[in-house]
Design a protein around this ligand. Structure first.
Ligand code: TXA
Ligand code: MG
Length: 336
């Protein structure tokens, strides 16, 4: 199958690229599209056969449930048995945006979407192309990140092509994603709402909304769910090149050891280059969590394309706003 990449900057549901994507989706196909977090791989969430194609193209285990993307709060309500007050509060504060809520699913949602479980993850994306696409389709869109399972998530159309070329007919190219890491996933199924996957929406912002426990992240999930959120598996977003995380103070020594072993090292640092002249590749990351997140996957993709033996990454700060970035790096890292 030839994969076409079609640039679309418009938020017009009648844009020819969006119309073509909607045509493919209405016919039960799959299409990659931009969101503000990462690129997604879309299918009609109400069509079990279409959703099966997502799992097939990604090589995703059927035990890993998908996020369903909607164009309005009312559309979200149709997918659940109950829309609690906390959901209303969160949705009216953070939607459209990088927050996913997990609630009890209604019967209209095929069980393949939720991996056989009785809960569903829903979000209303902020990206104008994503919104235009959902509007053009007229149905909710199930979409995981548009990468093969266990690979780094894509934040550009080129990243999607790198992973899924030949497996999907169309990638809508909306430029680089603004947020850069996936949405924050919150379970509202139990009485005590809690974060299942830290992400783009910062814990500080969430903490401002009453009733959300932002301290514990990645704790094992909700009753009735077949598996814990697979975003919680220890290695999940790994580059091909082994990545090691190290505290700033240990970077020079580890660097020396890698050099002595003849390794080509790619450095991802928050510190200045001059201190690490031995690196074969070097990226100085931004010092704020939001900007760092925006760059993170692109840097891992770039490093992966060079002929490196290892990636050595400086540990980011431990403050709450770095929770999402730290989570992704810890999952990407090998144990040193
Ligand atoms: O930003 C994002 O969330 C992107 C864009 C495309 O929207 N999507 C994304 O999807 O990251 P994916 O499939 O790569 O990650 C979805 C995460 C997984 O960790 C999955 O286990 C979890 O959400 N999830 C989905 N449904 C769930 C459910 N019912 N209960 C618990 N976790 C769920
Ligand atoms: Mg993913």
């Amino acid at each position: 199958m030839k994969t076409h990449i079609w640039q679309v900057r418009s938020d017009d549901p009648h844009d020819p690229a969006i119309l073509e994507a909607a045509r493919l989706l209405k016919a039960g196909g799959i299409v990659a599209f931009p969101t503000e977090t990462v690129y997604g791989l879309a299918a009609n969430a109400l069509d079990a056969n279409a959703v099966a194609r997502i799992f097939e193209a990604k090589g995703r285990p059927s035990t890993n449930p998908l996020i369903v993307h909607v164009a309005s709060i009312d559309a979200a309500k149709e997918l659940v048995t109950e829309w609690p007050e906390t959901a209303e509060k969160l949705a009216s504060t953070f939607w459209p945006g990088p927050l996913t809520v997990v609630l009890e699913k209604s019967d209209v949602v095929p069980s393949i979407v939720t991996a056989g479980g009785n809960t569903i993850a829903i979000r209303l994306p902020a990206h104008p192309v994503a919104q235009a696409l959902i509007h053009a389709c007229g149905f909710p869109i199930a979409a995981p990140s548009a990468n093969r399972s266990n690979f780094i998530s894509p934040t550009t159309a080129a990243h999607v092509a790198r992973s899924l070329s030949g497996r999907i007919p169309l990638i809508l190219d909306g430029g680089p994603c603004q947020a850069g890491i996936e949405s924050t996933v919150i379970s509202l199924v139990d009485k005590d709402s809690h974060i299942l996957r830290p992400g783009s929406l910062g814990a500080n912002e969430l903490a401002a909304v009453a009733g959300i426990d932002v301290r514990q992240s990645g704790r094992p999930v909700i009753q009735g769910q077949p598996t814990a959120s697979p975003g919680q598996l220890p290695v999940h977003y790994a580059p091909d090149t082994p990545l090691y995380l190290a505290p700033a103070g240990e970077m020079s020594e580890i660097m020396r050891q890698f050099k002595a072993a003849g390794k080509r090292v790619g450095l991802v640092s928050l510190t200045r280059e001059q201190e690490f002249p031995a690196a074969a590749a070097f990226v100085e990351m931004p010092g704020t969590a939001g900007k760092y997140a925006q760059r993170l996957y692109a840097v891992l993709h770039e490093m992966d394309e060079q002929d490196l033996d290892v990636i050595l990454c400086e540990e980011p700060p431990s403050m709450l706003e770095w929770q999402g970035v730290r989570d992704r790096l810890i999952r990407a890292a090998r144990k040193a």
